[in-house]
Design a protein around this ligand. Sequence first.
Ligand SMILES: [Zn+2]
Length: 458
Amino acid sequence: MKDFDEYIEKFEKIMKKYKIPRSKWTPQDEVVYSPKDPFRVPPKEAEELRFKALKYSFAHHYKNNTFYNKLCKEKGIKPDDIKKPSDLTKIPLIPDKFFKDYPEDGKSFAMWLSNIYTGKLPEIYIKKRNPKTEDVIDDFNTSGLTVTLSSGTSGRHTFIPRDADTIRRASYSIAKNVVSMLYPFWEYNMTMYKQTDPSGTNLWVGKSGAVITEIVKEARVGTKIKITPKMVRLSMGGARNFIERIESKIIRSIAKRHREKMIDDFINLLEEMEKRGTKLGLIVQPSFMNMIMKVLERRGLSFDFSENGAMLTGGGWKISENERIPHKEYRERVGKYLSIPEERILDVYGMVECNTGMIQCPEGHYLHIPYTQIYPMVLDENLEPKGYGEVGRFAFLEVTASSYPSFIITGDEVKLLEHCPVCDRPGPVLEPEIKRAKGEEVRGCAEEMRRLFSISED
Ligand SMILES: [Zn+2]
């Protein structure tokens, strides 16, 4: 694989600012920075790296996170109990809903954030007397931490505090996952279009993908509007009073005009790039691209990116859920309007609680898990782990987060397979069509978390 080695060497050179110097590596860094191809690490080696890192990470959060320490004590699990890989399932998991369960007023929110943060927060100076959630986030962000959030289809956000090293590991690994899967397409001299502007948002879907615009010479962004949590809530229909209902109307009408401009800009970009004949990568939400393709259909337009185009999709369909089409059908539509071959249309699956992402392989479009970093599990209704080949609730132990315990029960229903049925990469995969898990079964669990949390606030 000499060619691949050269390809990755080029990538390593431009990723300097995301690398933690080797002399400072902990096991949490080794899993990210040592593999050349995150999806082709020999399984035994990957398991050893991951086990060492999980032991390290679990001990770190056990020791330095007040809330998580209480949870572990309640469950009767301590770091010494994790002696061998089969003990990993004993590590207490946190339901993703927990990170949505924040108080509304700014001061209590700041307190809440400091409780879910692992370690000691830097002194945060909250400027306003009666701060809003947004003010607190801004103040956290100027102190060197980043509060990342999800867009939350329910209008309620998930907040995750990240320190600089946690972000560095996430950015590096997300970029490497993408570059490895797109081999040999990626090159520095290409143009990358990203639908959301990473600098103007704390949304993880925007922020985590920011790095992909930095591994190319030319980046274009679709929207430059700074999206605040309140805007997301209002646009999702979460207005709480008369004034907010008016605000939400205004936001919706601005958003409509803005969307029309984005569509025109996007089509202009396609025209320009097709003429130029150089490589173009597109990072888009499927719902956005679907909207573009409807416009192309109406205008009778199509483009030829059969040689020079690649597309990464992510973030799901969100509020356009009713328009969702299966991945295969989506790729066929992209093929029809942009001529991008299906091996270069890859979906990425991730979430704000997870410090890396899963990505489809070009051969079979199964979602490959970066398995030096993630210990994946599928849980039954009693939240007990099931085996490979079974459908259940997705849970994972992610090893690279140092600012919050990334041991999560998600709200997604998946099928986990030990190997990809199509390609020869050795690690575990998820079937590509992921659904929201039904049911209230995790609610009891969330109640338990809330109770633990109220104790830790005393
Ligand atoms: Zn595969």
